[in-house]
Design a protein around this ligand. Structure first.
Ligand code: HEM
Ligand SMILES: [Ca+2]
Ligand SMILES: [Ca+2]
Length: 318
């Protein structure tokens, strides 16, 4: 059939939006290949699952689930992943590994944006979280958008009102926000993001037992940013996506200002308690919120492109 300039046939270019199993006809093995790769990579590098989970926030919350997060800086612009807001993001090479495996099956068909979302979905399962059915059909953006990052991504010191407002703008309500922050039930936070709660004075809201641990892990008021000094987000079950985060937050063991605020603020406190009590409720709300996040403003139809490699946009086509 007639090919458009971007190599998409007329039938394929009809904009069907996001749908379940978008690649059923064009690349039936796509989701299996991704699931297989996630399993293999997770077995070898457990913490890559934290990265897949964090990616969905840092890509989808910033304007669109368009894999803009994955682009490298160019001579003309600094990429999202190299800004301070992306501090600590890691393991991008394992997304490239997944993309390469998918490309071997079906070259030029599956977007990096979908691979990013599906790796998060399968990574959540690897971490003991719920299986969340997610749609596909996203296409990749052509530019990184570091200049709008601040507008969309809450800072670690942001007020809870600011956090709620930013998520509300993409359709995620209060219980949804509380559930999403449950992602801090896994992974780590570097000392640079924590020392302001320890020095010059210890934040009195912190649990004294936890302070001792934090001071041990972060002994310098000005940590060397190159040193790998960090505190695990959830000392109890650091590798498992469970509701232990909410118990931590209730006990003054939330690491970030936003974690702590979640239990201080009237609007969110109720949901923290409810999620601490019921893992089912946490999972249900988490699944709902991840679904909304993953459908934020996607490029579909003929918008954007299918990137050949995830860290650079394709060479410009007419
Ligand atoms: C108000 C919103 C949020 C703020 C301010 C925030 C901030 C942060 C910060 C500062 C870190 C530590 C990074 C480091 O030192 O390496 C972190 C880690 C992490 N965040 Fe968030 N976050 C937020 C929401 C989310 C959401 C919605 C998710 C996912 C759904 C998420 C997933 C993660 C994960 C998995 C880690 C651990 C990463 C690792 O160990 O490599 N965060 N976050
Ligand atoms: Ca994006
Ligand atoms: Ca945990």
């Amino acid at each position: 059939s007639k090919l458009y300039n971007n190599g998409v046939s007329a039938e394929e270019s009809a904009d069907t939006g996001l749908m379940m199993n978008y690649y059923t006809d064009s690349c039936p093995q796509a989701e299996d290949v991704i699931r297989e790769q996630v399993k293999l990579l997770y077995k070898r590098h457990k913490n890559t699952a934290f990265s897949w989970l964090r990616n969905i926030f840092h890509d989808c919350a910033v304007q669109s689930c368009d894999a803009s997060l994955l682009l490298d800086s160019t001579r003309r612009s600094l990429s999202e992943k190299e800004t301070d807001r992306s501090f600590g993001l890691r393991n991008f090479r394992y997304l490239d590994t997944i993309k390469e495996a998918v490309e071997r099956e079906c070259p030029g068909v599956v977007s990096c944006a979908d691979i990013l979302v599906l790796s998060a979905r399968d990574g959540i399962v690897a971490l003991g979280g719920p299986y969340i059915p997610l749609k596909t059909g996203r296409r990749d953006g052509r530019r990184s958008r570091a200049e709008v990052l601040e507008e969309y991504l809450p800072d670690h010191n942001e007020s809870i009102s600011g956090v709620l407002a930013k998520f509300e703008a993409i359709g995620i309500d209060t219980p949804g926000v509380v559930a999403l922050l449950g992602a801090h039930s896994v992974g780590r936070t570097h000392c640079v993001k924590l020392v302001h709660r320890l020095y010059p004075e210890v934040d009195p809201a912190l649990n004294p037992d936890h302070v001792e641990h934090m001071l041990h892990k972060c002994p310098d008021p000005i940590p060397n940013p190159k040193a790998v000094q960090y505190v695990r987000n959830d000392r109890g079950t650091p590798m498992i996506l469970d509701n232990n985060y909410y118990r931590n937050v209730m006990e003054g063991k939330g690491l970030l200002q936003v974690d702590h605020q979640l239990y201080e603020d009237k609007r969110t406190r109720f949901f923290v308690k409810k999620m601490a009590k019921s893992q089912d409720y946490f999972f249900k709300e988490f699944a709902r919120a991840i679904t909304i996040l993953s459908e934020n403003n996607p490029l579909t139809g003929t918008k954007g492109e299918i990137r050949a490699v995830c860290n650079v946009a394709n060479k410009h086509h007419l």
